[in-house]
Design a protein around this ligand. Structure first.
Ligand SMILES: Nc1ncnc2c1ncn2[C@@H]1O[C@H](COP(=O)(O)OP(=O)(O)OP(=O)(O)O)[C@@H](O)[C@H]1O
Ligand SMILES: *[C@@H]1O[C@H](CO)[C@@H](O)[C@H](O)[C@H]1NC(C)=O
Ligand SMILES: *[C@@H]1O[C@H](CO)[C@@H](O)[C@H](O)[C@H]1NC(C)=O
Ligand SMILES: *[C@@H]1O[C@H](CO)[C@@H](O)[C@H](O)[C@H]1NC(C)=O
Ligand SMILES: *[C@@H]1O[C@H](CO)[C@@H](O)[C@H](O)[C@H]1NC(C)=O
Ligand SMILES: *[C@@H]1O[C@H](CO)[C@@H](O)[C@H](O)[C@H]1NC(C)=O
Ligand SMILES: *[C@@H]1O[C@H](CO)[C@@H](O)[C@H](O)[C@H]1NC(C)=O
Ligand SMILES: *[C@@H]1O[C@H](CO)[C@@H](O)[C@H](O)[C@H]1NC(C)=O
Ligand SMILES: *[C@@H]1O[C@H](CO)[C@@H](O)[C@H](O)[C@H]1NC(C)=O
Ligand SMILES: *[C@@H]1O[C@H](CO)[C@@H](O)[C@H](O)[C@H]1NC(C)=O
Ligand SMILES: [Mg+2]
Length: 795
């Protein structure tokens, strides 16, 4: 009894404990799913979600867009396309087990609605189990990257694209070591692209298109061996295509179009043998067609349109390739043919016409290539392919000029006609002359250095002949480097700059300079055509600029330049400098920007000269000797203080030139009683008497006031005392181009007097495009601006 009693007591006790335990456990469970349910309902209320299935106690039983794990925890929440509105509610932090959160508003959905999740994403930072976060296409504006994301170390897929997020691309993303899909496209993010992203070895897809990155493509991307998709179109990229990307052997689609990428398409890219899509159009890529390209086994869609590629085009063997387009380049030789399923588009090149032997028509003009090719002034022809020269500038027909083939053909004719007559002697004499001529034209140089591609090494005798032994009659100017002569070489007008004894440098230094100069090609830079070196002689041969220098034009002529010409000159110089600073590889600092180094061609297109005095930007090796540089009145005051020449020093000098253009005053004028230094003079007069008081009186009242006032401000900004406060040339170009656009589209601009200058000056920068072209451009941008590779080819 006693024992039974005891047992009874025990089991009662036992039961009670069990019950207690059960109650505690179930209330624990209950309270947690209740917390998640309450949180979801609050989220629903706050975001105005309209889900009729969100009723009852258990969100895991049939609530639309919600999924749970087997412990009853919410792991998946999909509110895409539900019209949610407002900031991310704090209550969402209660969904501690969430792995997938989809707030995207799919644009290609059947019934797109605007999801307007707005503001900061801070509450998401505590959802540390998230693997998949999608907030694309929302109404989110942030001035820096949402730092909440850096906490989410389990993320595999991150989509925060098509929003309005500004600020730099964050290095901190490197902490997301599991990330495979990085979609940050179509925001306002700035660069550079952190090279550290090359350590995110899990990455498979990177999409950054349409951000203003102003970056190179980091070679470190070559470490991302699992990368299959790289979409960087319209990101303001510059520099070369990294050969390291050839290591990404899994690459499937690559879109780099609409940037300012330069250089060659690297041969190492042939290792990407799974590549299906390659879009490189609208860049400044140069050199030859990559002959290995058509034989990549998986290649499907390739676009090389609007680049500066030249030479022959490879053959197209049978392959999976469906479409390849390389319109608006400089390809030459026989026009390619395609085996049946392949679609080729190669209009706007320099291929041989079938009917017209030895004559080539570079067709860029006829296909409106110039809308993108800023290199090509409207109305002018593209350069003829090698061994051809321009025969007819109206039709852009080039003819063969090779002396060798002319020799042999006339030889043939002569042999045919004279042999019968038996004038054997005559033939011998003729042949002897021809032989002499031939030997002269191909006479080798003793040291066998023929200079870089694209420039000609001239014989000293030829230069001496062409300048009548440097006769003063041929002199057109003189400067610190030496004298400048006019001459006609090979039928072309040239300017010959001969180094005086103090400018002569070592042979290797001179050759280095020739190589450097030969790489710089821009419509607003005076082109180096050739060079000549010999005992005590160093000569650079430039294209001849028939309208001389800006100093003379602006300050020495009776007739004044019109406001539009001045504006176009400013834009031209700005473009030339921007090219030197951002597109030249390696970048170049001009170091001597001033009106006498701005030359004008026969269309009054401005071209910078004397970037030979310039030096490779710091950080790049160069054997070039340091020459005295800078000219009083244009020298960056920071340079005087710190002896550091930077691209900002060029901006300073440019600012002074801009002010000279607007005011018609010289940078330093001791006779100017109210201020000898132009920058101070303008600044003082602007604040005391207003902008109109500083504009060149010779312009009268006939100039666009607002634009000129803006340009005065810009000139002063450029000439800011502190280099950090000056804009980049890139920014300057943007502003000036916008000014030019507003002139071009402003109907109120008088079109009589000025239009003659426009025609005379040509549309020098490709910025004057008719409205129709503008629409066309906008349309094609729209067409290419999506993450559309997956749309074109469902994957
Ligand atoms: N390619 C060219 N075509 C036509 N004229 C030229 C050309 N290059 C130079 N000149 C003329 O020769 C002049 C002298 O040029 P140079 O560069 O030697 O001296 P500078 O520019 O006056 O001074 P600096 O030595 O400081 O550059 C120029 O001002 C220009 O009028
Ligand atoms: C919610 O959706 C139902 C149908 O799905 C609709 O009838 C109702 O008007 C919606 N309510 C709101 C507030 O949008
Ligand atoms: C969310 O739902 C939509 C359909 O409404 C679907 O297209 C999308 O893939 C879903 N998101 C996830 C992450 O499953
Ligand atoms: C959001 O992104 C995920 C991948 O991160 C994707 O599965 C899902 O379909 C996307 N949502 C929509 C609505 O497209
Ligand atoms: C880029 O995003 C904006 C919203 O910020 C959107 O309006 C625009 O359509 C997007 N552009 C493209 C090409 O998708
Ligand atoms: C790359 O992909 C392979 C095969 O899919 C996989 O085994 C490997 O783990 C991936 N590498 C990284 C760093 O994610
Ligand atoms: C190939 O790519 C171009 C864009 O460069 C696109 O317009 C075209 O539709 C694509 N063609 C095919 C067959 O996918
Ligand atoms: C290309 O394919 C066609 C038909 O598919 C075939 O007749 C031809 O021989 C092939 N040519 C080569 C070079 O493989
Ligand atoms: C070929 O390219 C030119 C210039 O880009 C374009 O005008 C033309 O429509 C294209 N033709 C085809 C068949 O795609
Ligand atoms: C080029 O000039 C012609 C005639 O002056 C004009 O019709 C055309 O629109 C111009 N094209 C561009 C791209 O500026
Ligand atoms: Mg000069």
């Amino acid at each position: 009894m006693c024992s039974i009693h005891w047992q009874h007591q025990f089991s009662k006790m036992h039961l009670f404990l069990l019950l207690l335990l059960f109650i505690r456990v179930s209330t624990f469970e209950l309270s947690n799913s209740a917390t998640e349910r309450d949180a979801l309902l609050k989220v629903m209320e706050s975001w105005k979600v309209n889900y009729t299935t969100w009723v009852g106690n258990d969100p895991c039983s049939g609530w639309e867009g919600v999924r749970c794990n087997n412990l009853g925890r919410v792991t998946y929440l999909n509110l895409s396309n539900t019209g949610i509105v407002g900031p991310v509610p704090e209550e969402i932090t209660a969904l501690q087990y969430l792995e997938v959160l989809d707030l995207c508003n799919p644009r290609y959905g059947v019934k797109p609605q605007l999801n307007a999740v707005s503001g900061d994403l801070a509450p998401l930072g505590s959802l540390i189990h998230l693997r998949d976060l999608n907030v694309s296409f929302n109404d989110i504006t942030l001035d820096s990257f949402p730092s909440a994301v850096f906490n989410l170390r389990n993320l595999v897929s991150l989509r925060i694209d098509n929003l309005r997020i500004a600020g730099p691309l964050p290095k901190e993303l490197v902490g997301l070591t599991k990330l495979k899909y990085m979609y940050l496209a179509n925001n306002s993010l700035t660069g550079p692209i952190p090279p550290e992203y090359g350590n995110m070895k899990s990455l498979q897809e990177i999409s950054l298109w349409n951000n203003n990155l102003e970056s190179k493509i980091p070679p470190e991307f070559g470490n991302l061996l699992n990368l299959t998709y790289l979409n960087l179109h319209e990101c303001n990229l510059y520099g070369g295509l990294p050969q390291e990307l050839g290591n990404c052997r899994n690459m499937d689609s690559m879109s780099l179009y609409g940037n300012s990428l330069t250089g060659i398409i690297p041969d190492s890219w042939k290792n990407m043998n799974k590549l299906r899509i390659l879009w490189l159009h609208r860049n400044q890529l140069t050199k030859y067609f990559p002959e290995w390209l058509p034989s990549l086994p998986s290649l499907y869609n390739v676009s090389l349109d609007y680049n500066l590629l030249y030479g022959p085009v490879a053959n197209f063997p049978n392959a999976s390739l469906k479409i390849i387009s390389f319109t608006c380049n400089y390809f030459s030789g026989t026009a390619p043919t395609a085996p049946p399923p392949l679609v080729l588009n190669f209009t706007g090149n320099c291929f041989d016409p079938i009917d017209n032997n030895n004559k080539i028509r570079c067709q860029q003009q006829y296909y409106d290539c110039s809308a993108y090719l800023k290199e090509l002034p409207n109305g002018s022809c593209p350069r003829c392919p090698g061994l051809q020269s321009l025969e007819d500038p109206k039709t852009c027909v080039c003819t063969l000029i090779s002396p060798v083939s002319e020799t042999s053909s006339s030889k043939g004719k002569l042999v045919g006609s004279i042999l019968g007559v038996g004038a054997f002697l005559l033939i011998m004499v003729l042949l002897w002359f021809l032989y002499k001529w031939y030997m002269k034209s191909t006479k080798p140089f003793e040291d066998l250095w023929y200079g870089p591609e694209g420039v000609i090494r001239y014989h000293v005798e030829d230069i001496v002949t062409a300048t009548d032994n440097f006769h003063s009659r041929h002199e057109i100017g003189a400067g610190g480097f030496g004298k400048v002569y006019y001459a006609v070489l090979d039928g072309k007008e040239v300017a010959i700059k001969r180094a005086n004894s103090s400018s002569i440098q070592s042979t290797s230094g001179f050759r280095n300079e020739v190589v450097l100069l030969s790489r710089l090609h821009h419509v607003n830079l005076v082109r180096l055509l050739g060079f000549c070196e010999g005992e005590g002689i160093q000569i650079l041969v430039y294209e001849y600029m028939s309208n001389g220098n800006l100093f003379t034009m602006l300050f020495k002529r009776k007739t004044s330049l019109s406001w539009l010409t001045r504006l176009d000159i400013a834009i031209g110089v700005a473009h030339g400098l921007e090219y030197l600073h951002t597109f030249a590889d390696p970048p170049v600092i001009h170091r001597d920007v001033k009106p006498s180094n701005v030359l004008l061609d026969n269309n009054l297109v401005a071209k910078l000269s004397d970037f030979g005095i310039s030096k490779v930007a710091p950080g790049f090796d160069s054997e070039m000797p340091t020459r005295p540089c800078g000219t009083a009145g244009y020298i960056d005051p920071q340079y005087v203080l710190t002896e550091q020449l930077t691209s900002a020093s060029d901006v300073y000098s440019f600012g002074v030139v801009l002010l000279e253009l607007v005011t018609g005053h010289k940078s330093i004028d001791n006779a100017r009683i109210d201020g000898q230094n132009l920058v101070e003079w303008v600044a003082v007069k602007l604040s005391s008497e207003g902008p109109e008081s500083v504009v060149d009186k010779r312009l009268g009242n006939d100039y666009p006031k607002q634009i000129f006032h803006d340009i005065i401000r810009l000139g002063l900004d450029c000439a800011a005392f502190k280099s950090g406060e000056r804009p980049s040339m890139k920014a300057v170009v943007t502003i000036l181009d916008a000014c030019r656009w507003s002139v071009a589209t402003d109907v109120s601009v008088p079109n009589d007097a000025e239009s003659s200058i426009v025609n005379e000056g040509g549309h020098s920068h490709g910025v004057v495009v008719g409205d129709q072209d503008m629409e066309k451009t906008a349309e094609s941008l729209e067409r290419f601006s999506t993450d559309a590779m997956s749309v074109v080819l469902p994957r």
